[in-house]
Design a protein. Structure first.
Length: 340
């Protein structure tokens, strides 16, 4: 029987602007992450990926506010816990977060080991500096980082090395779930490969039990994750196995997202690139029907007025569209035939 480490039920969070306007960046999102599994979250900028990550950590600092739903981490419902209790008993131990622009997360005025000491002593009050150093050295060596990095300032490290250092620091307390938010962005291809390799090592060596990998590059997730969840305008529009999400996307947005990216994988190299027209809706006043309707070339009149719920295809696949699966597949097949 699988062990669910993270379960999210109908989570809704919002931003409140300085004009007191509500922006629902995460709207009734549900997901599960099992032990030993990796979940990818994809979507264009502004779709709610990073807000979801912050929400999963219980980082509700204005202008971000929790509205409703449950977040269960290893059985603990953190949505019912006080912020101080989350910080003391959950963050770092049960779940950890690698933020966007992680290369800037390190204090530039302190050596890496001193930054690590601050982190460790915040969670383990009576741990000695010698024990901290030994634990950090062993972890760095396990992950292929030289011991000398511990004695350097962030400015002395390359971008890729800083990124890998932040990842190492994030797993010092051996969290069950690690959330990596755009961990390979702003890196060259070689550094990206090293970061991805390091994330795999965390799983292989048992330093983390499960991984959530967030990116706007959907094909990148194919090589890292077991399942992929595609977000659009604060909602889940498709969830499927990595293979299905990349090679056989069902939702029109997921299909458009794949069609707008250059993919090196065999079978997709010769696919003609296409852009998704328009821009995402303003979440201060989201449309009544499908949020993708104004950009969808398959739109029907009902799409703009009817409530659109997730449809179950099987135990591992869901999508949000008023069109049945067979109708969507017929449409896609006709397009392929017309384009030769």
């Amino acid at each position: 029987m699988s062990n669910v480490l993270l379960e999210v039920r109908e989570l809704t969070t919002k931003y409140v602007t300085r004009f007191r306007e509500d922006v629902y960046a995460v709207d009734h999102v549900s997901l599960k992450v099992e032990e030993g599994k990796t979940l990818g979250i994809a979507g264009e900028s502004g779709c709610g990926k990073s807000t979801l990550a912050l929400s999963l950590m219980g980082y509700y600092f204005p202008p971000l506010h929790y509205i409703s739903g449950d977040i269960l981490i290893n059985g603990k419902n953190i949505s019912k816990m006080k912020p101080d209790d989350i910080r003391k008993s959950v963050l770092g131990n049960e779940i950890a977060y690698i933020p966007q622009a992680a290369m800037n997360a390190l204090n530039p005025t302190r050596r890496i080991i001193h930054f690590i000491e601050d982190v460790m002593q915040a969670h383990e009050l009576y741990i000695t500096k010698k024990d901290i150093y030994n634990r950090a050295r062993e972890l760095f060596e396990t992950l292929g980082l030289p011991e000398e990095v511990l004695h350097k300032y962030p400015v002395e490290l390359s971008g890729g090395m800083k990124q890998r250092t932040v990842i190492a620091v994030s797993v010092l307390l051996l969290p069950k779930v690690l959330i990596a938010d755009e961990p390979s962005s702003a890196l060259d291809v070689t550094s990206q490969k090293m970061v991805i390799k390091m994330l795999r090592q965390l799983m292989e060596k048992g330093l983390i039990s499960s991984l959530i990998f967030i990116t706007h590059e959907l094909p990148l997730l194919y090589n890292v994750t077991d399942d992929i969840m595609v977000m659009y305008a604060g909602q889940i529009v498709e969830k499927a196995s990595s293979k299905d999400a990349v090679f056989d996307p069902l939702h029109p947005y997921a299909k458009g997202l794949m069609g707008s990216i250059i993919v090196p994988e065999s079978g997709l190299r010769d696919v003609k690139l296409t852009a998704i027209p328009g821009v995402p809706p303003n979440l201060k006043n989201p449309p009544a029907g499908c949020r993708f309707a104004e950009r969808c070339k398959y739109v029907r009149p009902d799409c703009r007025t009817s409530s659109v719920h997730l449809r179950d295809v099987n135990d591992t696949r869901t999508y949000r569209c008023i069109l049945p699966e067979n109708e969507l597949r017929d449409i896609y097949a006709k397009e392929v035939a017309q384009n030769g």
